[in-house]
Design a protein around this ligand. Structure first.
Ligand code: ZN
Length: 136
């Protein structure tokens, strides 16, 4: 739950299309369609932790399938389409920093996540980078 929510924040500081990912208790990772490794990882990590410390409220809201179609730019995870066809789609909002369709379970406020550290960045193909995230 903490790490899953943290991955939302990772997708904020790395605004690239997400092509995959996994999450465990203590660590998580996202694969990005990102040809170059950012050279300011320390700054990205600082932004992540600033969002944690700001204790942004996490809330859910629902929109219709038609609204989802119209807001396709909210979809960050390319391979996992939001569950459409039931008439409505669940969006998860993290303060004013993130809004995306998600059916997962989240903390109520980002301060619950605690300090984060960006781990290894692995090359997973020409355009793909796997970014590991763990608790500091
Ligand atoms: Zn989520």
């Amino acid at each position: 739950m903490r790490m899953h929510t943290a991955l939302h924040l990772l997708s904020v500081v790395l605004p690239f299309p997400v092509t995959g990912g996994s999450v465990g208790e203590d660590k998580g990772r996202l694969d990005f369609d990102m040809p170059e490794v950012p050279n300011d990882l320390a700054a990205l990590e600082a932004r992540l932790n600033a969002m944690v410390e700001a204790d942004h409220a996490v809330s859910t809201e629902w929109i219709t399938d038609a609204e989802m179609e119209a807001k396709a730019d909210l979809i960050k995870t390319m391979k996992v389409k939001p569950p459409m066809g039931q008439g409505r789609v669940r969006l998860v909002r993290i303060g004013d920093v993130d809004l995306q369709p998600c059916g997962g379970t989240h903390v109520a406020g980002t301060a619950e996540i605690g300090p984060l550290a960006i781990g290894k960045i692995e090359k997973k193909g020409k355009e793909n980078r796997r970014v590991n995230l763990h608790f500091a």
